[in-house]
Design a binder for this molecule. Structure first.
Ligand SMILES: NC(=O)c1ccc[n+]([C@@H]2O[C@H](COP(=O)([O-])OP(=O)(O)OC[C@H]3O[C@@H](n4cnc5c(N)ncnc54)[C@H](OP(=O)(O)O)[C@@H]3O)[C@@H](O)[C@H]2O)c1
Length: 425
């Protein structure tokens, strides 16, 4: 039976799991692909480093350009990470008419539009299921399964690190710093966790899915990104009192031809599909005109889970190497983030004055904001009392203006937190 030559750049967590599957399950893959994907060549940074897997008949060296140019390599798998060099190597492969499989959301967020255009010019595929949610079939869902639908919304928990941290704060009563240190110790957070904690990793993934969902050439500048750095133990406690949990939620919406995208900490109420997505789990809810709500959930990181998506993309590439990415529609208008209508969560520190909470609620209602639930926290000895409340659905800007009024009330010491709230539909 025919063979299909694979060259892989990177043999770390992901590359090792991919190589292992290509070698161990070649017969299964041959049945599914119609010819055998054979790992012919691997490039790494340090070829002298001992590896914990045996790669017989595979050329392993440090020359990624030579790998791309090698006529024995028919598909280039990019599993090295980083932006500029990885993008340059993918660019080189596509120009040479070789299909590319990648797990690299950062490179695609920065250069994916140009790489997709190159793939179309050269009539080859560019596949990246692993770049979002590892083994979760979210790219396939949007690109293949909902081909006839118009998608209006994406709502997701798509960053495992922040979900581990927020779950730790909720379940163990930890502070953010303690939960982060625990996540680092358990291997769920990097030594430098800023890409996760600041929301940029989730924003890149939201961007890749939004491009597909809305056929739109969107960029990172179009995503409003707020990380979890400001989430406190008090917010976690207040969220529980109001019937929910704080999660980092990535949201994209299309109304008419206007798109908005944001990543921000959000109070997710019990009964919403994203409530109960804990620890390193990821989940995506897609809303479209024909299918309605479709949800996918599971493990969104790790070598094996990511290899599941990479190997699936390799099989798809063997089956259809010239299936180029779809042509994007024209650039959509980017909507005003402040005009997006959501329920809200507000936490206010009060001076110890009779009826202070009532005055805050009244001030909001006077400005057309309905208060659907509220809770007064029991103050520690000598501390201010706190009021947490959730509002009805209102434009974010309108809530922000009403909160400014609340902040100016004499009974209010400080408005500590304002965030979105999502509830079961
Ligand atoms: N890990 C996950 O759970 C996960 C999930 C989804 C997506 N991803 C994505 O998958 C990609 C790889 O992640 P990973 O966790 O496998 O990373 P990793 O463990 O750090 O491995 C990176 C690999 O790339 C090699 N490499 C680095 N620079 C190179 C260069 N200039 N030339 C050739 N090889 C080079 C390294 O070589 P040495 O071995 O010699 O150092 C190493 O083998 C990233 O884009 C990441 O975002 C990872």
């Amino acid at each position: 039976m025919a063979q299909f030559g694979i060259g892989m750049i990177g043999l770390g967590t992901v590359g090792t799991a991919v190589a292992r599957r290509l070698i161990d399950q070649w017969e299964l893959l041959r049945r599914r692909a119609g010819s055998t994907p054979v790992l012919r060549r691997v490039a790494v940074r340090d070829p002298g480093r001992p590896r914990d897997l045996d790669l017989p008949r595979v050329q392993l060296d440090g020359d990624a350009e030579a790998l791309v140019d090698d006529p024995a390599v028919e598909v280039v798998v990019e599993a090295m990470g980083g932006i500029d060099r990885a993008s340059a190597l993918m660019d080189r492969a596509l120009r040479a008419g070789k299909p590319v499989v990648t797990a690299n959301k950062a490179a695609l967020a920065a250069h994916g539009l140009e790489l997709a255009a190159l793939a179309r010019e050269n009539r080859v595929s560019l596949r990246y299921e692993a770049a979002v949610g590892a083994g979760l079939p979210v790219v396939a869902l949007l690109r293949d399964s909902l081909r006839g639908d118009r998608v209006s919304g994406l709502e997701m928990i798509i960053n495992g690190t922040t979900n581990v941290i927020l779950t730790g704060m909720e379940k163990q009563g930890a502070t953010l710093a303690e939960a982060l240190a625990d996540a680092q110790q358990r291997g769920f957070a990097e030594a430098d966790p800023s890409a996760d904690v600041d929301g940029h990793d989730a924003a890149a993934k939201l961007l890749l899915l939004s491009r597909l969902a809305f056929d739109a050439p969107l960029t990172m500048d179009d995503v409003v990104t707020v990380g979890i750095g400001g989430v406190t133990a008090q917010d976690i406690d207040c969220a529980a009192l109001l019937g929910g949990s704080v999660k980092l939620v990535a949201l994209a919406q299309r109304e008419g031809e206007t798109v908005t995208m944001s990543v921000r900490p959000t109070l997710v109420l019990d009964g919403h599909p994203l409530h109960g997505i804990d620890d390193s789990e990821n989940a995506l809810v897609v809303t479209s005109d024909l299918a309605g709500h479709v949800m996918v959930g599971g493990l969104g990181a790790g070598g094996d889970s990511t290899a599941s998506a990479v190997v699936s993309d390799i099989v798809a590439t063997v089956l259809a190497p010239s299936q180029a990415p779809p042509v994007p529609a024209s650039s959509p208008a980017i909507g005003d983030d402040g005009a997006v209508e959501r329920a809200g969560y507000v936490r206010v520190r009060l001076h110890p004055v009779a009826d202070a909470a009532q005055l805050v609620i009244q001030a909001l209602e006077d400005r057309g904001i309905s208060v659907e639930a509220s809770a007064l926290t029991q103050p520690a000895m000598g501390a201010d009392q706190e009021l947490a409340l959730r509002t009805g659905v209102v434009a974010r800007d309108m809530l922000a203006r009403a909160v400014e009024t609340v902040d100016s009330l004499a009974v209010v010491d400080e408005v500590a937190t304002v965030m979105d709230c999502v509830r079961p539909s």
